[in-house]
Design a protein around this ligand. Structure first.
Ligand code: GSH
Length: 126
């Protein structure tokens, strides 16, 4: 199979806020027929199989992850979206639902996560 025939594969964990960014980008960009998605839920046999498949190819495994070209693996939501946006000519900045999620619930989740980490650190130091 040549690189041009290859269909990118993205690996998405259910209920993961980073994976949700990729899901919305694919959906709003109407890319679901050009990109294969492999979903799994935490603790499932599918998760174990996906982790075993990806581990040899990534320095640090996190989700979303992707094989974007044959043998080219990546595991950063922003990098995956940037690659697929460039390849497909889509512009995530102009996607209303995607942007609303990234700037709204996603940004809030990140802020709360950071605050929580800081509070835990302060509590364990006192
Ligand atoms: N900076 C990464 C963060 C991704 C991340 O932390 N994902 C979580 C799931 S929500 C993860 O993979 N945790 C480790 C794991 O499940 O092995 C990104 O934007 O893709």
């Amino acid at each position: 199979m040549t690189a041009s025939q290859f269909q990118p594969i993205v690996y998405l964990k259910q209920n993961c806020p980073f994976c949700m960014k990729v899901r919305l980008f694919l959906l709003e960009g109407r890319l679901n027929d050009q990109v294969e998605t492999r979903d799994f839920t935490q603790g499932s046999p599918e998760e174990e199989a996906i982790r075993n498949e990806l581990l040899p190819h990534l320095k640090k495994l996190s989700f979303p992850a992707a094989q974007l070209e044959p043998g080219r693996f990546m595991a950063e939501s922003e990098d995956i979206i940037a690659f697929l946006a460039q390849k497909s000519g889509r512009n995530p900045a102009s996607m209303t639902v995607y942007r609303n999620y990234v700037d709204g619930p996603f940004a809030m989740a990140m802020k709360l996560w950071k605050e929580n980490q800081e509070l835990r650190q302060a509590a364990s130091a006192s």
